[in-house]
Design a binder for this molecule. Structure first.
Ligand code: FAD
Length: 378
């Protein structure tokens, strides 16, 4: 047991923690990154082949911040010398009774991002793989695409190490059992001894309320299940990146939202429902039950009929951390400028992660960020 002290401690090495460590190291700041599992694990929210990225948000504030996020990913790609973003185009669609696509199109217009509004009939003319009614409301955004998820996390940890040299320390398989905030400096209680931080940045994903039970906002861990469809024979090519877009469907009812992406990195076509049951993040449950499979197949039969007979040869489970209003939460703990908390999830945080890392490094080193993030206050 020994006491460690560190200037910047980042708790959690998922998408947000890895990005924060990278941005701190990039500024010459010493950083200690602490992770309870092995790096690259699949127990949290950031693992898997890919995540959707898009400017296509009904809330214009998110659409505008995505301009900065796209820039942040380009800087990361340049620093790493690798591509993490694959431009596939993206379709957002909904029934005409749902007030969604109209707002998405207005957001894209407001930030001058190219897009094309389409009816269901036009959508099928361009992509015969889609089904649905002629009067479906749709908007296509050419710049939408996929981000290589697990790879982006690994690349940012590697950059934090290479840019930081011995100023960067990464401790994995080191669960923080508790946070002691009673003293002058925040202290992380671990089995190997306390870690005393000058600044503590908490990016603990679904475990954040466990570490901070008095956090002034309700955040609920939920379990997500993903199916991968394997189109057979000649049909497969039609679902490849460049031929098939990422998509987001917003239905009339809660839990009637679905999303998906082209076949990628050997995985089939990803289709999943947005939302799932509340869970204890410590309980590992990888089952994908028949009821859920039936729900996703029901969506596929209606909107991706070409896949309705396709086998699902792969499933994945993952955690969301959900705020009731689906807004992110980023900022200093009330009364503690030395403790910064980030819970940017609700199932749509990955595309912002590189920018969130930049913002958290700003707040840690300058006490504030120039970006307009008041909608994310704790
Ligand atoms: C199925 C699925 C699909 C998604 N699709 C998209 C998408 O298409 N586009 C998009 O933008 N977003 C998407 N998201 C959301 C996005 O992936 C998440 O918002 C993002 O990955 C959250 O990252 P995080 O770093 O906050 O969480 P995590 O990756 O879970 O990181 C938190 C880390 O903290 C560690 N930790 C927690 N407690 C402790 C402790 N006590 N001690 C030490 N370490 C600890 C955990 O082990 C974990 O590694 C999706 C999420 C899921 C689950």
């Amino acid at each position: 047991m020994h006491t460690r002290t560190a200037r910047n401690v980042v708790l959690g090495a998922g998408a947000m923690g890895a990005a924060t460590a990278y941005h701190l190291a990039r500024r010459g700041e010493p950083v200690l990154l602490v992770e309870q599992f092995a790096l690259g694990h699949d127990r949290g929210s950031s693992h898997g082949a890919a995540r959707i990225t898009r400017h296509s948000y009904a809330d214009p504030r998110y659409a505008r911040l995505m301009l900065d996020a796209f820039r942040a990913w380009r800087v990361l790609e340049a620093d790493a010398g690798v591509n993490l973003y694959l431009r596939t185009g993206g379709v957002s669609f909904c029934p005409p009774s749902v007030d969604y696509v109209g707002r998405v199109a207005a957001s894209l217009k407001a930030i001058d991002v190219p897009h094309r509004r389409m009816s269901g009939r036009e959508l099928r003319q361009v992509w015969p793989e889609f089904g649905g009614a002629d009067d479906t409301d749709a908007v296509f955004e050419p710049d939408a695409g996929m981000l290589a998820a697990s790879r982006a996390v690994a690349v940012q940890v590697a950059l934090a190490r290479s840019l930081g040299g011995d100023r960067t320390q990464v401790v994995e398989n080191c669960p923080v059992r508790q946070l002691d905030l009673s003293g002058e400096r925040p202290t992380l209680v671990t089995d190997d001894g306390p870690i005393v931080a000058e600044r503590l940045i908490i990016t603990a994903g679904a475990w954040v309320t466990r570490l901070l039970p008095t956090l002034p906002c309700a955040l609920e861990p939920t379990r997500q299940r993903v199916l991968y469809f394997r189109p057979e024979g000649g049909a497969a090519a039609a679902y490849e990146p460049g031929r098939f877009p990422v998509f987001i469907y917003k239905g009339p009812e809660p839990l009637d939202d679905f999303y998906g992406m082209p076949a990628f990195l050997g995985c089939g076509v990803k289709v999943a429902r947005h939302g799932g049951p509340a869970v204890d993040p410590d309980i590992e449950d990888r089952t994908v039950d028949d009821e859920y499979r039936g729900i996703v197949r029901g969506f596929v039969q209606k909107f991706l009929p070409g896949l309705s007979q396709a086998p699902t040869d792969r499933t994945e489970t993952c955690l969301y951390t959900v705020a009731r209003d689906e807004h992110f939460r980023v900022g200093c703990l009330p009364g503690r400028r030395d403790i910064i908390v980030a819970s940017p999830c609700s199932g749509h945080g990955f595309k912002f992660s590189c920018l969130i890392g930049q913002i958290l490094a700003d707040i840690a080193t300058k006490g504030e960020t120039a970006l307009e993030i008041s909608l994310w206050q704790l």
